[in-house]
Design a protein around this ligand. Structure first.
Ligand SMILES: [Fe+2]
Length: 194
């Protein structure tokens, strides 16, 4: 096997494990999400991810290799962080909890986008067009999922900004002078001064 093909099969093996891990994690993300659009996005991406597993198997076939899977430690770490985010979110404002979930999910998407980009480049270089085409399709879906998460996050960030401003106004009226809230105002003043 050429060195490039060996590199490609290694990337595909890593991805096959990463995607399989994700099929276990996404239902938990969907369950933890508060906003219906976020829940829907995770559920849709779960269906896509099952398709990504199938496409990876087909990519191995296009290469003339048996599908193989190698533990993806990076995805283990990202999913572990995601689990912590879900736990912490239980004690947070739903908006903030959803934004934290989106942050965790986008880290996963970016890892996949990097991996599929590299794998597609290798497939093109060694001239296995069918394999490159399959990887391109999945890469496109990962990028769309990432864009969708940003689109869902934007109005949530705006809403949280308004909530923070209202909390500050209440503080100025002397209604909620708790230590935590005073700390929050301090952070805002620092932001405004920056
Ligand atoms: Fe995927």
């Amino acid at each position: 096997m050429s060195q490039l093909k060996e590199l490609l099969t290694k990337e595909l093996s890593d991805l096959l494990d990463a995607e399989t891990q994700l099929t276990q994690a996404l239902p938990k993300m969907a369950q933890a999400a508060h906003h219906p659009k976020l829940k829907e996005a995770f559920e849709k991406h779960l269906l896509q991810t099952r398709g990504h597993v199938e496409r990876l198997r087909a990519s191995f076939e296009a290469l003339g290799e048996e599908p193989a899977s190698e533990t993806c430690k990076a995805m283990q770490g990202l999913i572990e962080e995601g689990s912590n985010t879900i736990k912490e979110g239980a004690n947070m404002d739903p908006l903030a909890a959803d934004l934290a979930l989106i942050a965790a999910a986008q880290k996963v998407e970016h890892y996949e986008i990097a991996s599929y980009g590299t794998a597609r480049g290798l497939a093109r270089q060694i001239g296995v067009r069918d394999c490159a085409r399959l990887l391109s399709q999945t890469l496109g879906e990962e990028e769309s999922a990432d864009f969708l998460l940003t689109a869902i996050a934007d109005p949530l960030v705006q809403q949280l900004t308004l909530d923070d401003m209202n909390a500050d106004v209440n503080l100025d009226k002397g209604e909620r002078k708790t230590q935590t809230a005073r700390g929050r105002r301090g952070v805002k003043q620092e932001r405004d001064a920056a």
